[in-house]
Design a protein around this ligand. Structure first.
Ligand code: FAD
Length: 390
């Protein structure tokens, strides 16, 4: 039994799940992998290829089919993000953020909003971004200051002022799911508004020059007396922090899946390289020190996969401990998989440090997964809160 078949058996993937995974694997190998290094080098956002995934149903993986979504579960989403990330973690993670933002509209929008906003998003005719972080508030998201005041246009519009920091897809996305303050300080004063790219008063900062994720833009999103129709408010005023956190439960699994796919690619490359590269008269995979490193990498990779699939299953079943499992899986998998990619680079020696071998990109891309969707320190805060209370 090969490694893939063994994995499927272990988790009892059904025929549909196997077909979805095969479709994602094929798309990743055909449309993403051959270009990933070039996109990274040229800092090119391949929005044509990203939009193509809409035809595969990846624009609304766990969104209702009445609005064009695929109506799949978290387990299927994890399989898709893992497969895409094996070709390019940054490509996969952009699609994961799009899905997180779309799900927030699906879950917390009313029927009119769902029918009006979601079909172009699930079709990937419109790309969506998630806007929570601000220059002065990251981990402490409930301290956000971007203000939304209702009143303009006889109450038909909100006026937004403030800025969001580090927004993935900013400037390229068509729709921004924005958490803004409509009331008191703290989490209860936050609301969620869907802001279209052409909203008057919306602009974007310059491209951030960052360590990895080069193929997707990261910029500030700036609101200067930005007018947003009140009909784009999700779930009423004050629900925004709950919506933002609910989005992140699934987002954390998705980003962990992106780490898993990247680490699998890194280990596969390391095994092939070690079987080929010679030193001291033999291939380097004959050295026990290196074999032990490979053995640890495989063990940590499989532990990550088992943990992640278990967490996805809990979120699918909506178990009461699903948030804790999402946080634990995000912490464990993104840490372990970064180390696997870094070890795989080491196995390549000096060649691992060269761009053309694809290893240094994997390390750079996976590093940020330990920081975003809540840092791994904040994951520990969440897990501990479940264990010992506040
Ligand atoms: C490339 C990239 C893309 C991003 N994309 C998006 C996006 O699309 N949308 C979005 O909203 N945000 C996005 N982010 C923002 C990301 O979610 C934040 O950077 C992250 O939440 C951390 O916030 P911060 O950078 O302000 O760090 P801070 O909150 O200032 O944290 C600094 C350090 O202090 C630690 N720390 C803080 N509080 C505690 C505590 N209570 N206990 C222990 N340690 C603590 C943190 O773990 C961290 O190590 C992105 C970030 C990057 C780098």
């Amino acid at each position: 039994m090969d490694a893939v078949a063994e994995r499927e058996n272990q988790f009892d993937l059904n025929a549909d799940q196997r077909a979805i995974k095969e479709m994602a694997d094929a798309f990743a190998a055909d449309r993403v992998a051959p270009h990933a290094l070039e996109w990274d080098r040229e800092r090119r956002f391949p929005d044509d290829v990203i939009r193509e995934t809409g035809q595969l149903g990846f624009g609304g993986i766990y969104i209702g089919d009445d609005v064009g979504g695929s109506a799949l579960g978290r387990m299927e989403a994890v399989l898709i993000f893992e497969a895409l990330a094996a070709a390019c973690p940054a490509f996969s993670s952009f699609i994961s953020i799009h899905n997180m933002a779309a799900w927030m509209i699906d879950k917390f929008g009313d029927e009119t909003q769902r029918q009006r906003l979601l079909p172009p998003i699930t079709a990937m005719e419109q790309l969506a971004s998630y806007c929570l972080t601000e220059p002065g508030s990251g981990s402490d998201a409930a301290a956000l200051k971007t203000k939304a005041v209702r009143g303009a246009g006889n109450g038909a519009d909100y006026t937004l002022n403030g800025a969001k920091q580090f927004i993935s897809g900013a400037g390229s996305s068509d729709v921004y799911v924005v958490m803004a303050r409509t009331g008191e300080d703290g989490p209860k004063g936050i609301s969620t508004l869907v802001v279209p790219k052409d909203a008057p008063g919306l602009s974007f900062g310059p491209l951030e020059n960052k360590m990895g994720w080069h193929m997707q833009p990261t910029r500030q999103v700036i609101f200067e007396d930005c007018k947003v129709p009140a009909e784009n408010l999700l779930s009423g005023e004050g629900a925004g922090f709950r919506i933002a956190m609910a989005g992140l439960d699934g987002g954390r699994l998705n980003i962990a899946a992106c780490s898993l796919g990247g680490a699998q690619a890194a280990l596969t490359k390391a095994l092939a390289y070690a079987a080929d590269r010679k030193a001291f008269g033999q291939t380097i995979d004959r050295f026990q020190a290196l074999q032990f490193k490979l053995a640890d990498m495989e063990t940590d990779l499989q532990a990550s996969r088992i943990f992640l699939y278990a967490a996805a299953s809990r979120l699918d079943r909506k178990t009461p401990d699903a948030s804790k499992w999402s946080a634990m899986a995000k912490r464990f998998v993104t840490d372990a998989c970064f180390d696997i990619a870094n070890d795989a680079l080491q196995v390549h020696g000096g060649y691992g440090y060269l761009h053309d071998y694809g290893m240094e990109k994997l390390v750079r891309d996976l590093r940020v997964h330990q920081i975003l969707e809540g840092t791994n320190e904040i994951m520990r805060v969440i897990i501990a809160r479940h264990l010992v209370g506040r």
